[in-house]
Design a protein around this ligand. Structure first.
Ligand SMILES: Cc1cc2nc3c(=O)[nH]c(=O)nc-3n(C[C@H](O)[C@H](O)[C@H](O)COP(=O)(O)OP(=O)(O)OC[C@H]3O[C@@H](n4cnc5c(N)ncnc54)[C@H](O)[C@@H]3O)c2cc1C
Length: 464
């Protein structure tokens, strides 16, 4: 053991200074509702070879491997009892091939960091909405990135991967070699059966203009606003359409906010795209912003302030069925938020949700994405906030097709994350690529799912 580990940047649970261990265990974890789980060691990998050696070490110790890229999974999937945690935070790589329109990035690269590289070259990638989410976790679970409803899932832009397998081999993954892993990388999420060290991503030309309109209403207008925005949904091919329940500090009340962000070649084009929403919005708003100039940098700032660091979080979500009474189904979640920092979100997914997806693990979607993000500061509110999320989701879940991995916690609730057929194929790939369950995979209640993975069925996990 020691001959491998002496060459590694490693922090051992048993011998490290407790503060150093704690820093390595959760210092890069976004959610301050820290898990009571303790890896045997944390390898702060700087190179691909460190990853290889860490997997060999885990094998020698007969323990599992967990992985951290950006540290933003809500349920802190990277921190697992008695595992060797490979933290990729110090592996930094962004290279851009402008001719081929391909970026090569290390998995801990954030959406914002990649955008800084791309913006100066007039290029763009449909990364996540929040600046500091790691591309690793984001892409593997599908990636609801900018203008997802029109540009599709971010994982569709993965052209190749470099990975370290569960038996410590370095391999290239693309359409022509190890293509089963390419298929799985597009939607397996934290059950991906290898460790990605580099993503090769297809880029798009940067759209030069971005405008946004937003309308803020008192929550008493919920039904009217929600009925309007869900009906407005199919109107344009370059606009993100979102409804958010939140409590803007300067207004001091719970509001329903309709948000439209349009990407276009010119501002005039964006104005045309926003005209329908601007003209048809319900009256009675508290504030409005029409055709305001915006940018990814500004949108990242807004998202960062909506998701403050140093807080405790609990999230859940569902793809509400296309024929559901969306306004009524989402009403309790939107109108009873438990804290002033919490927010609920409806995100329009059509027309992406109506097209046939390419063949990949990601296969669950509907026109209506609904998510709850409960945010608080004090540990004493843990039970109250988590129970509120559960109560709302118990009402919403029967109206859903399934859920998105990225905003889920399988220790609390499992549901359908893939179609049955894709779930079966994914299970087979995981069994063949990691038969011993070296990689931790999905964190269910008691962390027992192992090679079996998720059931892909509705289940509240405390009754399991
Ligand atoms: C503030 C905030 C905003 C968000 N916004 C969005 C959004 O706009 N769109 C969206 O789709 N999602 C969003 N999410 C969800 C987010 O994408 C997921 O939580 C994702 O898992 C975070 O990735 P990460 O690398 O930062 O997390 P980590 O916790 O580091 O990784 C999560 C898990 O993914 C797996 N994994 C990560 N990297 C690798 C790798 N290199 N190789 C193999 N497996 C790996 C591991 O199982 C790991 O434990 C948001 C989350 C937060 C906290």
């Amino acid at each position: 053991m020691t001959d491998i580990s002496t060459s590694l940047p490693i922090v051992w649970r048993e011998t490290a200074d407790p503060q150093d261990y704690e820093q390595a265990r959760v210092g890069r974890v976004f959610n301050h509702r820290r898990p009571d789980r303790h890896p045997i060691a944390i390898v702060e990998a700087e190179t691909e070879d460190h990853v290889v050696q860490a997997v060999k070490l885990a094998k020698k110790l007969n323990c599992r491997v967990s992985i951290r890229s950006g540290g933003h999974s809500w349920a802190v999937w990277s921190v697992r009892d008695d595992a060797v945690l490979i933290d990729l935070g110090k592996m930094a790589c962004v290279t851009i091939d402008e001719e081929r329109l391909v970026a090569t990035v290390s998995p801990s690269t954030t959406g914002k960091k990649l955008d800084e590289h791309l913006s100066e070259k007039g290029l763009m990638f449909c990364g996540g909405h929040c600046p500091d989410v790691g591309l690793g976790g984001f892409l593997l679970q599908g990636g609801m990135g900018w203008n997802c409803r029109n540009w599709g899932w971010a994982c569709e832009q993965i052209v190749a991967l470099d990975v370290v397998t569960a038996d410590a081999q370095v391999i290239r993954v693309d359409e022509t070699q190890n293509s089963d892993l390419l298929w799985a990388a597009k939607g397996a999420g934290p059950g991906f059966p290898a460790i990605v060290t580099r993503f090769h991503l297809s880029l798009r030309r940067r759209v030069p203009a971005m405008l946004s309109s937003s309308y803020v209403y008192p929550i008493a207008k919920y039904r009217e606003v929600m009925a309007w925005i869900t009906a407005t949904m199919p109107y344009d091919a370059a606009t993100e359409i979102v409804a958010v329940a939140a409590s803007p500090a300067h207004l001091g009340q719970l509001c329903i906010i309709a948000l439209f962000v349009t990407f276009g070649d010119t501002e005039e084009e964006c104005e045309v795209a926003l005209a329908d929403a601007n003209c048809s919005r319900p009256s009675g708003f508290l504030e409005e912003t029409t055709n305001a100039k915006t940018s990814l940098a500004k949108e990242y700032r807004d998202q960062a302030s909506a998701n403050p660091t140093g807080h405790r979080y609990c999230a859940d979500n569902g793809y509400v069925k296309n024929d559901a009474d969306v306004v009524s189904v989402l009403e309790p979640g939107f109108t009873t938020l438990p804290t002033t920092k919490a927010f609920a979100l409806w995100y329009a997914m059509a027309p992406c949700s109506r097209r046939e997806l390419p063949d990949m693990a990601l296969s669950m979607q509907s026109d209506h994405y609904f998510a709850l993000y409960t945010i608080w500061e004090d540990e004493k509110d843990d039970q109250f906030c988590q129970q509120w999320v559960r109560n709302v989701m118990e009402e919403v879940a029967p109206h859903c097709e399934g859920a998105y991995l990225g905003d889920s916690d399988f220790q609390v609730r499992q549901t359908r994350f893939w179609t049955d057929e894709k779930a079966r194929s994914l299970r087979a790939i995981r069994r063949s690529r990691d038969p011993e369950g070296r990689l931790c995979g999905y964190l269910d209640r008691g962390d027992q799912s192992g090679v079996r993975g998720l059931l892909n069925q509705d289940q509240w996990c405390d009754n399991a």
